[in-house]
Design a protein around this ligand. Structure first.
Ligand SMILES: Nc1ncnc2c1ncn2[C@@H]1O[C@H](COP(=O)(O)OP(=O)(O)OP(=O)(O)O)[C@@H](O)[C@H]1O
Length: 280
């Protein structure tokens, strides 16, 4: 696997800024419980500098996906706001959002329309945004599919005719077709075989260099994060508890939760969580 970290971007060149972002979910009344609410994301402020990869790590349920959905305009925040390239964005303006920021999710199968061919899936955002005529769109679709390593014979195939890795390549091509600045990668390799994971991670690194992209890379896999990111934000129960350079975080973690997260990643029983902290 290559490890092509780019030179750090100037610190005043901010691609994405989260200002006191909060999401509260209402909870329905249970059999023995009154209605209540859950603060899934609690007052999160973060900056992503242009060209960097910021890792976001934390246990299942800590609020990572909720945060990602708010950045993508898929979920309105309860309070706080998001700035893309210095401009405050209306979280309900999904279409305007999509030109700048795109997602890559864990399970490409569920996010690809089973009744559309690969070329149709990748070309749809161009059509929806009224970009180019049919011939220009076809050329752009072919170019991006070539770039992500999809052989020409697969362009007319349907998602169920593809391997898991190929499906994720299609999802990546679709994310890039509008030439966004920022990719939100939410566990993009968790559903793939280990051998395929490395190929997709290398592809993401190559594409980042090619297009000068900024990544928010969400993962519970600290091995992947250590390999890929420039800085790491650690999330626990909706809050960012630590934000450090990759080197600093893995060599000298400051927060107790980070130390336990790193310790739990080194033990042979992954996925068992950190009960003491989860309950804290
Ligand atoms: N629509 C919803 N309504 C109520 N609670 C929700 C909703 N979506 C998520 N939650 C809760 O919010 C908290 C954060 O969930 P979220 O999916 O953001 O966590 P996560 O860190 O992405 O977890 P995972 O890694 O398992 O995907 C969890 O306690 C979850 O149960």
């Amino acid at each position: 696997m290559s490890n092509s970290h780019q030179a750090p971007a100037p610190l005043d060149d901010i691609a994405l800024e989260l200002c006191a972002l909060t999401k509260v979910y209402p909870l329905k009344r249970g059999l023995f419980q009154p209605p209540g609410q859950l603060k899934a994301v609690n007052d999160v402020s973060l900056r992503l500098y242009r060209g960097e990869t910021l890792g976001l790590v934390g246990e299942s349920g800590c609020g990572k996906s909720t945060l990602a959905k708010m950045l993508l305009g898929l979920l309105p925040p309860t309070s706080g706001n998001v700035l893309i390239n210095g401009q405050e964005v209306d979280p309900t303006e999904r279409k305007a959002h999509a030109r700048h920021i795109q997602p890559i999710f864990q399970d490409p199968y569920s996010s690809l329309n089973p009744r559309k061919t690969v070329a149709e899936i990748v070309g749809l955002p161009l059509k929806l945004h009224g970009i180019g005529n049919a011939a220009e769109r076809n050329r752009q679709v072919k170019d991006i599919l070539d770039l992500v390593g999809m052989p020409e014979r697969t362009h007319a195939q349907y998602p169920n005719q593809l391997s898991g890795g190929q499906r994720q390549r299609v999802a990546i091509a679709r994310a890039l077709i509008l030439r966004p600045d920022i990719l939100i990668c939410d566990e993009p390799t968790s559903a793939l075989d280990v051998s395929v994971q490395a190929q997709i991670l290398n592809l993401l690194l190559d594409l980042k260099a090619e297009f000068g992209l900024t990544y928010l890379f969400i993962s519970h896999d600290l091995g992947v994060v250590e390999h890929l990111v420039d800085r790491v934000a650690v999330m626990n129960q909706g809050s960012i508890v630590e934000l450090q350079s990759r080197e600093q975080l893995f060599s000298e973690p400051q927060h107790l939760y980070t130390r336990m997260l790193l310790a739990s990643a080194l033990t042979p029983d992954p996925g068992r969580g950190i009960p003491a902290l989860a309950a804290a």
